[in-house]
Design a protein around this ligand. Structure first.
Ligand SMILES: Cc1cc2nc3c(=O)[nH]c(=O)nc-3n(C[C@H](O)[C@H](O)[C@H](O)COP(=O)(O)OP(=O)(O)OC[C@H]3O[C@@H](n4cnc5c(N)ncnc54)[C@H](O)[C@@H]3O)c2cc1C
Length: 510
């Protein structure tokens, strides 16, 4: 068999995306070094207590598909068996009599589901799989501090344990590492991206949205069971803010309060006060939570103990420089979490990136080092051209979905559109009609294509509404004719309704 000289790939960041990227490279025969700022996630004695990421998240088709393409089937199975299927949203509210209500909204007419997964568990499975590979070396407690992407060298600070540090003037030692390709997967505040931007002419935008999040836990019941349905993503929508709950394997729920900074300011507990804005919020806006699912005391403790964290939206273009560096995951596009796609999109980026490397012959036999480097540069350029529009698109869709989750799920127009689209999907599948949510969560179509498709569907729906209304008018009597006359003048209720419905459909489309 023809032989290929292994390339040295340095991966920065051992989160889910960096770990999968390391696995893809190692499986293709590269010599992989994985550098991670923190200690080994699997070592409970070194896992930091102030872990600033949500405990569990929603894994969907794109993420699973990328795991499948890693060519390690037992890995995929070991991850899937530790997930909980969520078939839809459960919308919590109040009845007219003031009693808490729960209304399920299925995600998909075909019964497909997204899966709740433990973030740490998924990451550990990936690290375990990498551990089995002889061509992978881990460097935990190593922080990327500098890089020369022309000379293909990077510098890492070796972070010692506190007891090894020797006083105020102490500087951590640094090591120099050479590479053929550096794969940056070091999260939203990426050092790889920062250093890459000194070489590549990068358009970059970073936006903090006016929303903070804080995590809570609903514990299992005294009988050690789930307190609410484990097969739904629970939402308490409240207009400008919301509370959500995702099931965990230990029968608890990891919950998140999302809201504007001003809300969090108001909620901060006033000492020695009998009045609690936090309890008032939960009683008035999130029915059924206190004291049935979370005790009042736990609510206060968790709100005071758990960090109140911001949400960031980062876009950049390109995602690479030459043939020597490429960034993936949050490092390249950090998005708000409302479509449950951040990690899924990052894992998908790894699959697409390696498709480009494969298709450009980077792993073909009988290529010398220069030819491989040229093929890699061409592959990375083509990857950026393909991926950036999709990365930007899912960032925008995720922002829009916040409005859907925190308020639209209760609106009749939202439900009518969902009903119509799902009915067409179920009974006339040949039309290729589907909701935007199901295309994003249950398929692998490009995000940008999905957005175009949703826009097209929105327009057809608006036109159909108008046609139906006109048909009704045609069959009506004098009253309807008069209304139609007014509608044409733009002053009657019908024209207003049609305009509002059309605008609503257009707004959602955007
Ligand atoms: C509240 C919330 C809910 C979410 N829910 C979902 C969801 O349901 N579904 C979904 O798909 N996504 C979700 N996400 C997004 C998801 O968490 C991220 O997209 C995902 O973690 C990105 O993975 P990553 O590997 O790119 O980055 P990270 O997970 O951030 O990993 C980066 C790694 O790089 C290391 N690192 C950083 N700097 C350096 C350095 N200088 N040198 C070396 N190492 C470094 C870090 O220690 C870290 O281990 C959610 C996010 C939030 C905030």
């Amino acid at each position: 068999m023809e032989h290929r000289q292994p390339q040295k790939v340095v991966v920065v960041g051992a989160g889910p995306v960096g770990s999968l990227a390391a696995l893809y490279a190692a499986t293709r025969g590269d010599d992989v070094e994985l550098y991670e700022l923190r200690g080994d996630l699997r070592d409970t004695s070194t896992t930091p207590l102030n872990f600033t990421k949500s405990i569990n998240l929603a894994l969907s088709e794109r993420g699973i598909n990328a795991l499948r393409h890693s060519q390690h089937p037992p890995l995929v199975n070991s991850i899937i068996v530790e997930t909980i299927p969520m078939y839809g949203r459960m919308i919590h509210g109040l009845s007219t009599t003031g009693a808490p209500t729960q209304s399920p909204q299925a995600y998909d007419v075909h019964g497909r589901h997204i899966s709740a997964v433990d973030r740490g568990g998924l990451n550990k499975r990936l690290l375990d799989e990498l551990d089995k590979m002889p061509n992978v070396e881990f460097f935990f407690n190593h922080k990327l501090t500098g890089a020369d992407f022309q000379g293909r060298k990077a510098w890492f600070e070796v972070r010692r344990q506190p007891e090894e540090r020797s006083g105020p003037g102490h500087r951590a030692p640094e090591i120099e590492v050479s590479f053929d390709l550096l794969l940056g997967a070091d999260g939203a505040h990426s050092a790889a991206r920062y250093h890459m931007m000194k070489y590549a002419q990068t358009n970059f935008s970073q936006e903090y949205i006016d929303t903070l999040w804080c995590e809570f836990t609903i514990p299992p019941s005294p009988e050690n069971d789930f307190r609410i349905s484990p097969n739904h993503l629970h939402i308490w929508p409240a207009g400008d803010f919301m509370f959500i709950a995702i099931p965990s394997l230990d029968k608890s729920f990891t919950c998140t309060l999302f809201g504007p900074t001003s809300l969090f300011e108001n909620l901060k507990n006033v000492k020695n006060s009998s009045h609690s804005p936090l309890e008032d919020l939960f009683t008035e806006q999130f029915p059924g939570i206190i004291p049935d699912l979370i005790s009042r005391q736990d609510l206060h403790e968790q709100f005071n103990r758990n960090p109140h964290l911001p949400l960031i939206n980062i876009k950049c273009n390109p995602h690479h420089f030459d043939g020597s560096v490429v960034i993936v995951g949050d490092s390249a596009n950090a998005i708000v979490p409302f479509y449950g796609q951040g990690m899924n999109a990052g894992l998908e980026s790894v699959r697409i990136l390696f498709d480009y490397l494969d298709n450009h012959g980077v792993y073909a036999a009988n290529k010398n080092a220069d030819e491989v480097q040229q093929a890699r540069a061409a592959a990375l350029a083509a990857y950026t051209a393909h991926r950036v529009p999709d990365a930007h698109c899912i960032a925008d869709l995720a922002l829009q979905n916040y409005i859907e989750m925190r308020s639209d799920v209760r609106s009749p127009i939202y439900r009518v559109r969902k009903f119509v689209e799902e009915t067409l999907d179920r009974y006339l599948p040949g039309l290729g009609w589907a909701t935007q949510y199901s295309r994003v969560s249950f398929g692998n179509e490009r995000y940008s294509k999905i957005a175009q498709q949703a826009s097209k569907q929105g327009k057809i729906l608006a036109m159909s509404l108008i046609a139906v209304a006109v048909g009704l008018i045609g069959g009506g009597g004098g009253l309807v004719a008069r209304r139609w006359y007014h509608a044409r003048q733009g002053t009657g209720w019908l024209s207003k309704w049609l305009m509002t419905a059309g605008q609503e459909v257009e707004r959602r489309r955007r």
